[in-house]
Design a protein around this ligand. Sequence first.
Ligand code: PEP
Ligand code: MN
Length: 337
Amino acid sequence: MIVILKQGISREKVQEVCAWLETQSVKTSPIYGEGTVIIGLVGDTSSIDISSVEMHEGVERVMKVSEPYKRANRKFHPDDSIIDVGGYKFGGKRILVIAGPCSVESEEQIVALAEQVKASGATALRGGAFKPRTSPYAFQGLRAEGLMFLKKAREKTGLPICSEITNLTYLDMFNEYVDIIQVGARNMQNFEMLKELGRTGKTILLKRGFANTVEELLMASEYIMSGGNEKVILCERGIRTFETSMRNTLDISAVPMLKKLSHLPVVVDPSHASGLAWMVEPLSKAAVAIGVDGLEIEVHNDPKQALSDGQQSLTPEAFDVLMKNLRSIAAAVGREI
Ligand code: PEP
Ligand code: MN
């Protein structure tokens, strides 16, 4: 439920209304806009009598929110959320690009790639250290050592680090070495993990599960946000459909839908969406044109030799061309990249 207050209401009056609402066993979170103040109510609002709230001095009107997600809901928070990661702002005018290899393979590899993607305009470095592979016989990642190499790359370049967590046992390490904790598609509904991440102060890149709806993605973000961590970035990375010519099908419509329903920044991952290096550019262009706040792109120094996802990885040179080609599209939609 959302309570819209009268124009020009004083802070004291807002606090008075909040205190009164809290006697109805709900939590209040006031949002101050220009001239308008709205109060979001969290908790069981089913027993609240709307007309008695509307009769309260200072209240303009009351709106019922039917969606089950509250904190991620744009109705509660009409302005876009801006999430600062190392001075780069997700959700601002600039479209941020998280680039790097699927897996960290060595210190030399990740440091060299970090320098290259930074020179091309990337604003964060990705690299998997703990890899959720379909086969237990496939490369599982360098694990803790991989995180340490990422830290070295951050020291050299200043780029914030994004890496996927697969098990909460390693949370302390992630808190130390990583700036954006990625929750992969396979763990989007690992609710115990989401609750724990809700208690950290880290930015979370929450990837959509390949068989999950937009609402399920938003409910997963709600798990993190209800724990107190509001720094959630949503990521569309392709869903499983009947189509077999690509690894997944990029649900490009999910971008404007998520932007309409939620105030959280939205990122597209064209690499896992297509599984094809040559398709990363057209999908990135579509994503920029449709209004994303960021891209996550796999880049490898030698894709043919990559230990994971080489077929969808761009060379640093191709990544550089892509970044240049995205500029005019970003400008056409009033953004920068
Ligand atoms: C990844 O980013 O390397 C990854 C495994 O992504 P997803 O969880 O989207 O498959
Ligand atoms: Mn990958």
